[in-house]
Design a protein around this ligand. Structure first.
Ligand code: CMP
Length: 143
């Protein structure tokens, strides 16, 4: 079954949007199989965003992601990677469509509330970076 990595960033936690964000994924019909609230070590933030390491915003991005608690999650379901990206909305909340998480709650690209894996291969890499296999729960949401 397809899985994706979703993180509620420190601004989403600080804005008290954890419940609202989880509600949207549950309402859609996806299954939560991993969940933890954590302070992010600098090395983990740098590894997670390593494709952006040459970008001017990289130091600020790492500083921000490590600035407060984050909620790391793994969601499961058919087509969950691309569907989650639609639920989340465009990277820049100012251009994200209303009805998406970023479109409804954000105004800043550097404070865009939530991260979602951009492809199935990226999702597998990010899930193994953030979670051990023992931290993921296999359960049948149709039972
Ligand atoms: P995310 O989906 O987590 O993936 C990369 C992140 O880099 C992105 O969300 C933004 O939060 C951040 N980002 C992208 N562009 C900029 C920018 N111009 N300034 C600051 N942060 C950015």
């Amino acid at each position: 079954m397809e899985r994706t990595f979703i993180a509620i960033k420190p601004d989403g936690v600080q804005r008290k949007l954890i419940g609202e964000i989880i509600r949207r994924f549950e309402a859609k019909g996806f299954t939560l199989v991993g969940l933890k609230m954590m302070s992010v070590p600098r090395e983990l933030a740098e590894k997670h965003y390593e494709v952006h390491q040459e970008k001017a915003f990289f130091p600020g991005l790492v500083k921000f992601i490590t600035s407060g608690p984050l909620v790391a999650m793994v969601w499961e379901g058919d087509g969950v990677v691309s569907s989650a990206r639609k639920i989340i909305g465009a990277t820049n909340p100012l251009t994200a469509e209303p009805g998406t998480i970023r479109g409804d709650f954000g105004v800043s690209v550097g404070r865009n509330l939530i991260h979602g894996s951009d492809a199935i291969e990226t999702a597998a890499k990010e899930i193994s970076l953030w979670f051990t296999p023992e931290e993921l729960v296999n359960w049948d949401s149709a039972m």
